[in-house]
Design a protein. Structure first.
Length: 342
């Protein structure tokens, strides 16, 4: 089951995946067209939008799906609601143990997700397309793509953990709506939505990042840093949060030191004033004038080999973090920094 093992899973789901005994089924090659299913990248945006609209009000917590209807009932439907596909067969003992649990949980979910049952005996094309080599196998689809899977008749607690890792929580939905408000240039609605998500899940990475971003863009940099620093390590949002936090700290320092105009005046009056030079680089970074800021920091490091040298070094690293490792300026100035250090 190389395909299933390649799926990324959440830590909770990974811990939950203790595979129970399964019934063997004949292996078949992985082939999307065999089941008449296209990958998400091959589905035009307009088709995806129509699928979303057409399934938004469809009813039925548990449905039986045949090959001819798989794309509409699973792929298209999953753009609106997560779909768990249960591959089973009537002769399979573990299938008969798992199916009632899945069906009950689907009804309990009250529309948060749909259970689609595929009889592998009657639909060998779909089974072949997804390399189903043993049953029961359950594959979760979200926005047209398979995102997670498990095999075997797992205990109910582990099935619930699997579902929790697939189905968006209320905090997820609030954060997604807030993101849409932010993209629509409505920072007040975005802030309200992110705060509502954090009230339900104080460690929600996307909500913490989004709120920090909104606060930064509405000039509340001190508060922004507090939320950005709370984004959990090990999440995809952490790197972006560190970048925004670095920008916020530079902007905060720029405000305290009097801003760019005052810093330039001080440097002009006394070129040996290292505090003024550092204040100027902070002001430039706050305005995203990164090249001039980096040049200024290199100059400080050349002029002073003691405390200011170390502070300038740390600030260059902070700018690299804000820009990211792949940014052209990071690639250009990191070797220059290394040359000064050695």
């Amino acid at each position: 089951m190389a395909w299933i093992q390649s799926i990324e899973v959440s830590p909770a789901t990974a811990r939950a995946r203790a595979v129970a005994p399964c019934c063997p089924a004949p292996p078949a090659p992985y082939n999307w067209p065999a089941a008449g299913v296209r990958p998400r990248s091959a589905r035009p945006q307009e088709v995806r939008r129509m699928a979303y609209e057409s399934t938004a009000t469809s009813a039925g917590a548990v449905i039986d799906v045949a090959e001819a209807a798989f794309e509409a009932e699973v792929i298209d439907r999953s753009y609106d609601t997560p779909v768990l596909v249960d591959f089973w067969a009537p002769w399979c003992g573990p299938c008969r143990a798992l199916s009632p649990v899945l069906e009950r949980l689907a009804h309990e979910a009250n529309g948060q997700w749909v259970l689609a049952k595929v009889n592998t005996d009657e639909n060998p094309g779909i089974s072949g397309a997804f390399r189903i080599t043993s049953i029961p196998t359950v594959i979760a689809f979200v926005e047209g793509e398979p995102v997670n899977a498990f095999m075997g008749a797992l205990p109910e607690a582990k099935i619930r953990a699997f579902i929790d890792g697939v189905v968006p929580s209320e905090a997820d939905r609030l954060a997604e709506a807030a993101m849409a408000s932010e993209a629509s240039d409505d920072p007040a609605a975005a802030e309200s939505g992110y705060r509502a998500a954090l009230a339900l899940d104080p460690a929600h990475p996307a909500a913490l990042l989004g709120l920090g971003r909104v606060l930064f863009n509405t000039h509340r940099v001190h508060e922004a840093v507090g939320f950005l620093d709370r984004v959990p390590h090990g999440t995809p949002e952490r790197e972006k949060a560190e970048s925004w936090a670095a920008k916020a700290r530079f902007q905060s320092e720029s405000g305290v030191s009097g801003g760019e105009t005052e810093a330039r005046r001080r440097v002009a009056d006394n070129p040996d004033d290292m505090d003024a030079r550092l204040a100027l680089t902070a002001a430039l970074t706050a305005r995203e004038q990164y090249r001039e800021a980096l040049e200024g920091l290199l100059e400080v490091m050349k002029l002073d080999r003691d405390a200011y040298h170390d502070r300038a070094h740390e600030r260059m690293l902070a700018i690299f973090k804000a820009l990211g490792d792949d940014h052209d300026l990071t690639r250009e100035y990191r070797p220059q920094l290394a040359a000064l250090l050695w």
